[in-house]
Design a protein around this ligand. Sequence first.
Ligand SMILES: Cc1ncc(COP(=O)(O)O)c(C=O)c1O
Length: 450
Amino acid sequence: MSPESTIRERVLTIHGIESSGDWQEEVARAFAPHFESRVQRFYGYRTHRPMRPQQLLAVSVVLGRENMAFMDASDLYAEDFGPFDGRVWLNTAHQGPLPRVAVEAARAALEQKTRPHLLRDEDFFEVPRRLRAALGKLIGAAPEDIILGNSTSYGLDLLANGMQWRRGDEVLVVDGDFPADVFPWSILRNQGVTVRFIEARAGLVDPQQLALEISPQTRLFCTSWVNSFSGYAIDVDGVGQVCKRNHVIFVLNAAQGLGARVLDVQNSPVDAVTCCGFKWLCGPYATGFCWLASALRESLTIRHAYWLTMQAGKPLDKMRDYSLRNDLGARVWDVFCTANFLNFMPWTAAIEYLLHAGPANIADYDQRLVTQLLQKLDEERFELISPRTGPQRSTLTLIRPRKAEQAAAWHKRLSVAGFDVAVREGNLRISPHLHNSQEDIANLVEALST
Ligand SMILES: Cc1ncc(COP(=O)(O)O)c(C=O)c1O
């Protein structure tokens, strides 16, 4: 019996449904009363549609009729993405795919621009409002504390240019980190600021090492949550506590973490979080946001004043009020053209989709994919560079061919076989997310073994 038919029989047995003919129809009818309520909301489904046996079984679990251990969620999310033209996208650390709901939102934005009469004045305020609300919910922040940007670098740039630096101030960064975490501070050298690299294995600074590295001159420490080249994740709480104790501003680049890991800024010792939207948050390219603790935000020198932000809450037919407002909070830091319809509408839909699915559920699911990959990886052939287990393990798995073969050759071979992974610093980087199924990982493992 095939796994599909085993699951099918199991679903039918559990629910006492007599199967004749179109069994999917029968099962769907049996579940219909629930579709409008818990199940739909739990998975973020907007419409009724045929479900796969695995999904039906997962539905049974949600309804409390089956044992959790038997749940096979492998295709729960995958069907909300794609199509991928028969390929397997395992490179979220580069670009996360748009979920279908986000594609629909992008189409709506395109439609508005095709027929501009569809664009209402209130949309200029509603689009950023809704995005701020979704991002606030994602990181446990008040929506009015979210700064809308276009990249990870946006938040770093506004800090570097908004802080009042003194000659002799020191910024600590990590040797081996992504360059976005270094350049914004490097240009401060002409103001007498020192940028010092911490030497750290795998680009990972632990709290003890950081405590030793901090000097009386250190003003700020900036690091990635997850290192793009090693896949190691830092101990945010531990590192943040060290910074707090030493009155050092802790800037967290969440680009390779948020969306695959859970962050609650109210309960984390972070002063600033900056993130792009186009990786684990599954948004379009050129999206991002930043959150700053209010004391830090209020200490910054404001260096731009954007007319549409100054207009917030006022009608667009009355705009010749040139007084500068000081009641805008985080909004004064927003990127210009905050109602970036083509980007922000799909990004909002993507984040709302992730919120529906539940960030903790996604984190669990992603980790299951990583576990599956690592359990089956042929380690005679590949050396594992990223962590095998524990809190330092992320959703970025880095492996290096042991023989003389180059990662680039494997990259090509995998690409020909339909698997899209990345090569970074001589290693293969595999970064699955919720759009991938367990079948994707099983197929990849097989491709890596042949
Ligand atoms: C850790 C990290 N930060 C930042 C970025 C991208 O920076 P930005 O969003 O500013 O283009 C990447 C990857 O592209 C990254 O891996």
